[in-house]
Design a protein around this ligand. Structure first.
Ligand code: PBG
Length: 325
């Protein structure tokens, strides 16, 4: 045998020399859930070790994340049902808890990267990402609301606006509104290929944001399609996106790879709530090793071509890295 691939695996040092992909806490964005009130740290049953924080406890959480090297955060709000309406009007009310929190967080930690979420679902009495009329999700009417939300978030200090709604044309619509209002430096991370996925279940528990009627299949993508992701990527790129995101990550590694190979924009992947919950559930049963599984999953997402990973494992991974350094 002239070729013996095992030679390059014979010691830890050589294995590290030939290692093609490395993962750093700097690649990670930590999604955080915000709820009303003070002094709250609420358990989310389907997401062990992830909590809903009130603003005061959230500030402590961000400080503790920074100590382990996590500096980017994607914030999602949980609102009481009574505050929601069909247009998600609360979403662009500058006095709402979410926008107040963004302002306070950026004031307290100016150096962090704050990623805000644009979509109607946390504010919508229908639990959909757009305006619903007679069972239909209206596209162009929704754009106006998304634009108002994005502008309010930029005014509150968001570094990156992340539209997760999947309406057509929203990246360009938001880009124009931001630019018109002198927010040319606020970035857009587009949820480019967001699939209609069962893996969002625990997230919807966390926010009480499940659709009240129907599903999200008329706007989120069909899990069977990858070529269609290229159409979305071309549109988001032409409309001014700074990042292209694939979501979920694990069942869509081929989509990550396809976008990575066909675009020069940085690719982000969202390792979603259900992917997190599966590992936690199995680890709690003693069926999987939590840390090894976490590292392998995150590495695989990076290997597929994601530069940036949104993951509920962010703090845990960073803590583990610190301990093993
Ligand atoms: C909705 C939104 C969802 C997630 C992020 N933004 C759920 C959905 O589309 O119903 C899911 C994230 C996760 O599962 O971790 N705008």
């Amino acid at each position: 045998m002239l070729q013996r691939p095992r030679r390059n695996r014979k010691s830890q040092v050589i294995r590290e020399l030939v290692q093609e992909t490395t993962l750093s806490e700097k690649d990670l964005i930590f999604p955080l859930f915000l709820t009303e009130g003070t002094n709250k740290v609420e358990v989310i049953k389907s997401m062990p070790n992830i909590f809903r924080f009130s603003l005061d406890t959230l500030l402590d959480e961000i400080a503790s994340c920074q100590k382990v090297g996590i500096h980017s955060f994607a914030l999602f709000p949980h609102f009481r049902e009574e505050l929601k309406d069909s247009r998600g009007s609360l979403g662009w009310d500058s006095t709402n808890m979410y926008l107040k929190a963004v302002r306070k967080i950026k004031e307290t930690f100016p150096a962090i990267c704050m990623i805000t979420d644009v979509a109607l679902d946390p504010y919508s009495s229908d639990g959909h990402d757009g305006i619903v009329k007679d069972g239909e999700i209206l596209n162009d009417e929704t754009l106006e609301v998304l634009g108002a939300m994005a502008l309010a978030q930029a005014q509150a200090g968001a570094d990156i606006i992340a539209p997760s709604d999947m309406m057509d044309g929203r990246v360009g619509y938001i880009r124009r509104i931001l630019d018109k209002n002198n927010f040319t430096n606020v970035s857009i991370m587009a949820y480019t290929a967001k699939y209609a996925s069962a893996f969002y279940g625990p997230f919807r528990d966390a926010l009480d944001s499940a659709p009240r009627h129907g599903d999200k299949k008329t706007y989120q993508m069909n899990p069977a399609n990858v070529r269609e992701a290229c159409i979305e990527a071309a549109l988001d790129t032409a409309e001014g996106a700074d990042f292209l995101m694939v979501k979920p990550a694990l069942s869509y590694l081929d989509v990550i790879k396809t976008l990575h190979d066909s675009s020069n924009l940085p690719i982000a992947a969202y390792n979603v709530s259900g992917e997190y919950a599966m590992v936690k559930a199995a680890a709690q049963q003693g069926w999987l090793d939590n840390d090894k599984t976490m590292c392998e999953i995150l590495l695989s997402i990076k290997r597929a071509g994601a530069k940036v990973i949104l993951t509920y494992f962010a703090k845990e991974f960073a803590t583990l890295q610190m301990r093993t350094k």
